[in-house]
Write a protein that binds this ligand. Structure first.
Ligand SMILES: *Cc1c(COP(=O)(O)O)cnc(C)c1O
Length: 384
């Protein structure tokens, strides 16, 4: 490690974010899609934990056409970066938030007649037309108007003097594992859209596909945009994904350091609840990170970490600030050595997918679970 000024303590646990990889990924995904397809970059939840400001700033130069966020505060952060960029809010607004649609120039997602009335009133008060995207529930059972009622709501939007229909979209429930259901959802969406009178779908955003949806995405109209989240961060939506052909690379890696190294005799029980007993005389390393940093307690006795490029198993329960690993078979481990929780080290790799499996969860949640104690460092690794 470089010598640091005394006033800056070194990092004990950090996420490294490779923005150059993010840019390459975005360009590769774009290049794999038909040229007319527009790219909605989904950057909700702090750009999947990568840091909204840095990630979005880079994406603005890498081919994003529109940004999608979950809420007003994310939208406000984005708006600071670029006044002209179209921003779509994916989540419903609370009544007190409505006015920000006009103030921040955002496009809202519309699922109900009540929203049409509210947003039209905001447009009237602000003296402008607000953009909205009509969301159609084709079988996700979450946001959107049920597909059979979509034409009615669409007409209400078109009749609202202070609203402009900028898009129509739906969201898939099982794009990664149920192609038949996804096809049925597409069919319902197209049928609903065909019944929406007065809509020229070539003039608005028509979108359905998230990362997993891209595998089965029909390149033809009326679909003319995709909403990509996970894949742009170099993570496949499921292990056998055809999207592996796009050759995206991981943007995120997760690191900590060794706190102490010590020898313990066979038979010692490790950590809270004594869930692991050393089968042999062992050397253990205590790492400077725990669930307070986003190593889920669920990976207790399951995960492995990389030290000196070797896999070292987690012993016993992960605790708030420390995690214990077995380094008996790794020579010369010492205080301060770098530990990779997710990422590459000396040719070895632990993917976020593998890490998430140990935690019985999905990469989306793993990324959202890295806590705010963990600084995000924007750097491109050298020599990999
Ligand atoms: C999060 C989200 C996406 C992106 O999904 P990924 O699977 O991460 O690509 C797309 N659309 C909606 C509505 C979402 O909420």
């Amino acid at each position: 490690m470089n010598a640091l000024p005394r006033s800056v303590p070194p990092h004990r646990c950090w996420a490294a974010i490779d923005l150059a990889a993010l840019e390459r990924n975005l360009r590769l995904i774009r290049a794999s899609l038909p040229a007319h397809i527009r790219y909605v970059a989904v950057v909700k939840a702090d750009a999947y934990g990568h840091g909204l400001h840095h990630a979005a700033a880079r994406m603005m130069h890498s081919g994003a056409d529109l940004f999608a966020v979950a809420n007003i505060s994310e939208a406000a952060q984005l708006r600071e970066l670029g006044p002209g960029w179209p921003i779509l809010l994916l989540s419903p607004l609370l009544p007190e938030e409505d006015r920000f649609l006009a103030d921040l120039d955002l496009a809202a997602t519309v699922s109900t007649a009540g929203e049409v009335a509210r947003f039209d009133a905001v447009g009237r008060a602000a003296g402008k037309r607000l953009k909205v995207h009509l969301k159609v529930d084709t079988g996700m059972g979450r946001l959107g108007v049920w597909h059979e009622q979509a034409p009615e709501l669409c007409s209400a939007i078109l009749a609202a003097p202070h609203l402009e229909l900028a898009g129509v979209f739906t969201h898939f429930a099982s794009p990664d594992d149920d192609p038949a259901y996804t096809a049925e959802q597409r069919k319902r969406f197209l049928a609903a859209l065909a019944r929406c009178e007065g809509v020229d779908s070539s003039k608005i955003f028509v979108h359905a596909d998230n990362s997993a949806g891209l595998e089965t995405m029909p390149g033809q109209s009326p679909f003319n945009a995709v909403r990509v989240g996970l894949l742009q961060f170099g993570i496949l939506p499921h292990p056998n994904s055809l999207l592996a052909q796009v050759h995206t690379e991981p943007v995120f890696s997760f690191h900590t350091r060794v706190g102490i190294v010590k020898a313990l005799p066979a038979g010692t029980t490790i950590s809270y609840g004594r869930t692991h007993t050393l089968p042999r005389d062992s050397i253990v390393a205590v790492l400077c990170a725990g669930y307070g940093d986003g190593i889920p307690r669920a990976v207790s006795n399951r995960a492995e970490v990389l030290i000196h490029g070797r896999r070292c198993p987690v012993l016993g329960r992960v605790t708030m600030d420390q995690t214990i690993v077995d380094v008996t078979d790794v020579p010369d481990v010492a205080c301060g050595d770098e530990v990779v929780l997710v990422g590459r080290q000396q040719g070895a790799e632990i993917s976020i997918t593998e890490f998430s499996r140990w935690a019985d969860t999905i990469p989306w949640e793993t990324l959202c679970s890295v806590t705010k104690r963990v600084p995000r460092l924007y750097r491109t690794p050298l020599g990999i």
